[in-house]
Design a protein around this ligand. Structure first.
Ligand code: SAM
Ligand code: DTB
Ligand code: SF4
Length: 326
């Protein structure tokens, strides 16, 4: 059994993060090849099933009702529209559909019943289904699991300290509780964060400490670069330098070696060369499709061309890691 550590200290992670850049990329790639098939990239497509009007005050988010961001607010989509969108995502090369709702938390009502129908329907198409719906209770997580949910996305976003500066309407512990409920229901966990919120390197490292200390590591860790959206409190944040993204991805790969590290929001701000460095640093997943939830993303065709150029292949749905057996 390979050595997967759950006891990384802040000092150790900081040392990894601050390794000279090319050395860091080399080490991350070495670990990546030890634990994963380096040519395989997991491709997820995002679908905003309920857009805008959210009660939370996440400072980065265009969907919070309290900021004027000009997005088109939309109530919960119908099941048939979602299934149509799943077909398009599958045809575009995605093996996973991630359905996002701008909810603070799930409520036990007809909307939730409809989401359960969506999960069943997409699962029946042979795609991995992921949801990101805000906070979940144990019984709600179980219902999603019974409907065939494969993964639940719930990001820690940043360190516990900097979280309070970014969101005031819920706590870090609320986030951790939902992740525990997802685990109990035997759904895989997708949890990562955003860089470029104005956080320090220590904040980034502290978030990785929390993730790497979990008893079971998240099966996927999305690393988002902030997409600054006009009307949000973070609209004037400078764009994340590509070198920070590369360092964050490499450090995630080294401390959580077997997870799927997703090069997430912010790719329209990155060059192909920059993205190549992210893959070298151990990223092995992307969000594909011309829209994230409300902001633009490269389209399927240009990403498939990028894969061809780099010699990468989309990973098949439900494929387990062949390099590692417990
Ligand atoms: N409402 C649910 C929640 O907060 O968990 C699910 C949807 S929420 C939009 C999912 C994640 O998107 C957030 O946790 C955050 O990491 C990311 N996100 C939102 N706005 C972003 C932005 N402007 N730039 C980068 N990432 C963003
Ligand atoms: C994640 O970590 N990033 C995705 C997904 N999980 C839900 C969302 C990115 C959203 C970017 C801003 C937008 O398009 O609204
Ligand atoms: Fe709502 Fe999620 Fe946006 Fe926060 S990140 S405002 S919870 S949609």
């Amino acid at each position: 059994m390979k050595n997967i550590r759950h006891n990384w200290t802040i000092a150790e992670i900081l040392e990894v993060y601050n390794t000279p850049l090319l050395e860091l990329i080399y080490k991350a790639q070495e670990i990546h090849r030890e634990f994963n098939v380096a040519s395989e990239v997991q491709v997820s497509s995002l679908l905003s099933i309920k857009t805008g009007g959210c009660a939370e005050d996440c400072s980065y988010c265009p969907q919070a009702a309290r900021y004027n961001t000009g997005i088109e607010v939309h109530k919960l989509m119908t099941v048939s529209k979602v299934l149509e969108a799943a077909d398009i995502a599958k045809a575009g090369g995605a093996s996973r559909l991630c359905m996002g709702a701008a909810w603070r938390e799930v409520r036990d009502n007809r909307d939730f019943d409809r989401v359960l129908e969506m999960v069943k329907g997409v699962n029946e198409k042979g795609m991995e289904v992921c949801c990101t719906l805000g906070m979940l209770s144990e019984s709600q997580a179980q219902k999603l699991s019974d409907a065939g949910l494969y993964a639940y996305n719930h990001n820690l976003d940043t360190s516990e300290d900097s979280y309070k500066k970014i969101i005031t309407t819920r706590t870090y512990d609320d986030r951790l509780d939902t992740i525990k409920n997802v685990r109990k229901a035997k759904v895989t966990v997708c949890s990562g964060g955003i860089i470029g919120l104005g956080e320090t390197v220590e904040d980034r490292v502290s978030m990785l400490k929390t993730l790497s200390s979990m008893e079971i590591h998240p099966e996927s860790v999305p690393i988002n670069a902030l997409v600054p959206v006009a009307g949000t409190p973070l609209e004037n944040q400078p764009l994340v330098p590509i070198w920070d993204m590369v360092r964050m991805i490499a450090t995630t790969r080294i401390v959580i070696p077997q997870t799927v590290v997703r090069l997430s929001a912010g790719r329209t701000q990155m060059s192909l060369e920059g993205q190549a460095l992210c893959f070298l640093a151990g990223a092995n997943s992307i969000f594909a499709g011309d829209k994230l939830l409300t902001t633009p993303n490269p389209d399927f065709n240009s990403d498939m061309e990028m894969f061809k150029l780099f010699g990468l292949n989309p990973r098949k749905a439900f494929k387990k890691n062949v390099k590692y057996v417990d």
